[in-house]
Ligand binder design. Structure first.
Ligand SMILES: NC(=O)c1ccc[n+]([C@@H]2O[C@H](COP(=O)([O-])OP(=O)(O)OC[C@H]3O[C@@H](n4cnc5c(N)ncnc54)[C@H](O)[C@@H]3O)[C@@H](O)[C@H]2O)c1
Length: 450
């Protein structure tokens, strides 16, 4: 039996049931888009806290309004579970699990492989599976496809029989382009690239995403879709490295890199503005380029350009610490023993995500060099444990009196909530890694840019 028409009918009639595996920054908003269009979603995660939160109509991500979850749950369009034996009840399964690097900075594929194993166990004929996690080109065809083709239920009936891709099930890759809390774009308004193993796979996957996404962009294969996502993030990593390098060169020449960027931005073509900072952060830019670097080795190719960008970006927290030391030195103080308040630990402004945040690296280096460190972040009351760090720290309130207790205030993440004028007026010494004071129109005479 060919399931294509049946699936397409369910999709267009919105009776398709979507299972989403991994309900984090990507999976949760995607699920809510489906429910907002009247499509039923069953969310799967290993994290019981997330499951209970969803089922109780609670949000665990700052920029995702509780109302949206409540509405989805109360209308019986969304449920969440840790019970993967419910996978066969879904017509479409979308995988949104993490793809970090391991301690050797190589792809850590365990979340994808364990998810693939579980789907293999429960795959039923007629399902479409799409992978959204950022990964190296080849993942869908080399990891998911062979596992799903060997799914047991067909074999139980007839051990010689295999699930046939494009006939018994469908498989595609469609990279997530989520930019949390971006005021201009959200899950629904960012076009989605889709690469399927067969023509029917891409057609069904596009039809599914067309229900919720403004535009789908079919490409010829999953590996093209996988490579597209990497190109986008490598482009960002390299351009950020470029301005970080220029920041260091121009500083020596007494040229303000931010002023240069603002001027260059006025060119109406051929230039996109990227900004320097204390280092790369988040789940994507510091990690994804190395998925390609790793895979390229299999083809005996060195990705020198990508690695060089990584080197420059990785150096940035150390550069900031040098600036901190110099600033303290100019006040006859040493970093060893200095009280420093780090402002902002989220990896970018106005969000509550600390993954790969350069602020954590800054805290580590400053502590190693004898600094006595506190932090403030309006969105992160307590530093969570991450794969790399386990700081037992709570956010310090910002008051005039508190600010004055610190030898130096280090502005690492430029949240809009900060009262920059007050911070500026009450800090003894301020190092600004984001040019935040200037952007807010505050005279930054005593602030040091880093
Ligand atoms: N966060 C972003 O802005 C963003 C943007 C674009 C792409 N991505 C990519 O999307 C993917 C997911 O990222 P995220 O930010 O949503 O991650 P996340 O850590 O916020 O969420 C992943 C979820 O998957 C769950 N999970 C892990 N293993 C599981 C398993 N075997 N079964 C079920 N659930 C499991 C985790 O508990 C977690 O809730 C990654 O590949 C990431 O690179 C993320």
């Amino acid at each position: 039996m060919n399931f294509k028409n049946e699936l397409l009918k369910k999709i267009t009639e919105k009776t398709v049931r979507v299972g989403i595996i991994g309900l984090g920054y990507v999976g949760l908003p995607l699920g809510l888009e489906f429910t907002s269009k009247g499509i039923e979603v069953l969310g799967f995660d290993l994290d019981k806290f997330k499951i209970d939160s969803i089922n109780n109509g609670k949000s665990y991500i700052k920029h995702i309004a509780e109302e949206r979850i409540k509405k989805a749950v109360n209308s019986n369009k969304m449920k969440a579970t840790t019970d993967f034996s419910l996978l066969p009840s879904c017509d479409a399964i979308i995988i949104c699990v993490p793809t970090p690097l391991n301690e050797h900075r190589e792809p850590d594929m365990k979340y994808i492989t364990s998810t693939a194993d579980i789907i293999q166990k429960y795959l039923r004929p007629g399902q479409i599976v799409t992978l959204e996690s950022t990964t190296y080109p080849g993942t869908t065809e080399e990891i998911l496809l062979p596992l799903l083709e060997k799914a047991p239920s067909v074999q139980e009936n007839n051990p010689a029989e295999k699930y046939i891709i494009g006939k018994d099930f469908y498989l595609a890759f469609s990279p997530e382009r989520e930019d949390p809390n971006n005021p201009d774009f959200n899950t629904a308004t960012i076009p989605k690239v889709v690469g399927g193993i067969t023509e029917d796979c891409v057609q069904i996957a596009c039809a599914l995403y067309d229900q919720v996404i403004v535009k789908t962009v079919p490409v010829s294969s999953p590996r093209v879709a996988e490579a597209t996502k990497l190109l986008e993030n490598i482009y960002r990593s390299i351009n950020i490295a470029l301005v970080n390098e220029l920041k260091m060169v121009f500083e020596r020449m007494d040229i303000d890199v931010w002023e240069v960027i603002e001027a260059a931005k006025t060119k109406p073509f051929g230039y996109n503005a990227f900004y320097p900072g204390p280092g790369l952060g988040g789940h994507c830019i510091p990690i994804d380029p190395f998925y390609l670097t790793w895979k390229a080795r299999e083809y005996e190719v060195n990705t020198k350009f990508i690695e060089l960008a990584g080197e420059i970006n990785t150096y940035q927290p150390y550069y900031v610490v040098e600036k901190v030391s110099e600033a303290l030195n100019s006040h006859h103080k040493s970093l060893n023993g200095a009280r420093i308040l780090v402002l902002g630990v989220a990896y970018k402004k106005n969000i509550d995500d600390v993954r790969e945040s350069p602020s954590l690296k800054l805290i580590e280096i400053l502590r190693d060099r004898g600094g006595v460190i506190d932090y403030n972040d309006p969105f992160i009351p307590k530093l969570p444990r991450t794969r790399k760090y386990e700081f037992d720290m709570e956010s310090i309130e910002i008051t005039k009196e508190n600010l004055k207790m610190y030898d130096l205030v280090l502005l690492s993440t430029d949240h809009d909530d900060y009262d920059y004028q007050m911070i500026y007026e009450n800090s003894l010494l301020l190092v600004d890694t984001r040019n935040a004071l200037k952007f807010k129109g505050i005279s930054n005479g005593k602030a040091i840019k880093a």
